[in-house]
Design a protein around this ligand. Structure first.
Ligand code: ADE
Length: 232
């Protein structure tokens, strides 16, 4: 059967899911905990990756290699990099890029790693559709977008930085894990999608809006994930 891996970076991003897991068992590998069981009737493994690309890559690898997950959903919050998005809007990933990858010294485009054909990692079309439909059902279609998500090991809180990422990568949202999960998932040919609810504008007003909305926006993505599992 199919096993769906569900990843959030922070406690707040998985805490709406963990109590709902039926037949829950916890397995610790290294410094990470994996919660197996059923959510909405589907076999799942839920984990908190921790913040950043290394944590995301490590947990994604373990989900695939130690738990045999064959589909991956990332659920969480993000800053808006496209100025038309506001807090509480949702972005379903079409593709993802690591905005902090820089080998421009070797005349390579920003975001492109050696031995890769391009700088974007592509989310699965079927999972995108499930996620989009579930988000629209949860929120209404005015608040739901499909687009590029840029990841890096930086909390973006500057107008100059966020504008740069928007212009360079055409990204709708910035966060710190999605493209790392995408890179690993692609390496193992596991389909994936990233669902992010906007918590801030990534422009320096970030810390204020972010702390106010963190819980509500994290729960929003978790609820979309639950809704999505129901349809799958
Ligand atoms: N997650 C939520 N807001 C973010 C921001 N502004 N930058 C990076 N990750 C985020």
């Amino acid at each position: 059967g199919s096993t769906i891996g569900i990843v959030g970076a922070m406690d707040v991003e998985v805490e709406a899911l963990l109590p709902k897991i039926q037949n829950q068992q916890v397995k610790k590998i290294g410094n990470h905990r994996f919660y197996t069981g059923e959510l909405e009737g589907k076999t799942v493994v839920v984990t908190k990756s921790g913040v950043g690309k290394v944590n995301a890559a490590m947990t994604t690898t373990l989900l695939i290699q130690s738990f045999g997950v064959d589909q991956l959903i990332f659920t969480g919050i993000a800053g808006a990099s496209d100025p038309k998005l506001d807090p509480l809007d949702v972005v379903v990933s079409t593709r993802l890029v690591q905005h902090d990858v820089d080998l421009t010294a070797f005349n390579m485009p920003r975001g492109l790693l050696p031995d890769y054909q391009e700088r974007y990692f592509y989310a699965d079309k079927t999972l995108q559709k499930y996620a989009f439909d579930a988000a629209v059902e949860t929120l209404g279609k005015e608040s739901v977008y499909r687009g590029i998500i840029a990841s890096g090991d930086q909390f973006i809180a500057s107008k100059v930085k966020v504008t740069g990422i928007y212009q360079e990568y055409n990204a709708m949202a910035v966060e710190m894990e999605g493209a790392a999960l995408g890179q690993v998932a692609e390496a193992f040919k596991v389909p994936y999608v990233v669902i992010r609810t906007i918590s801030d504008k990534a422009d320096g007003s970030a810390d204020i809006v972010y702390s106010d909305l963190k819980k509500a926006t994290a729960d929003n993505s978790a609820n979309i994930t639950l809704n999505m599992l129901k349809q799958m």
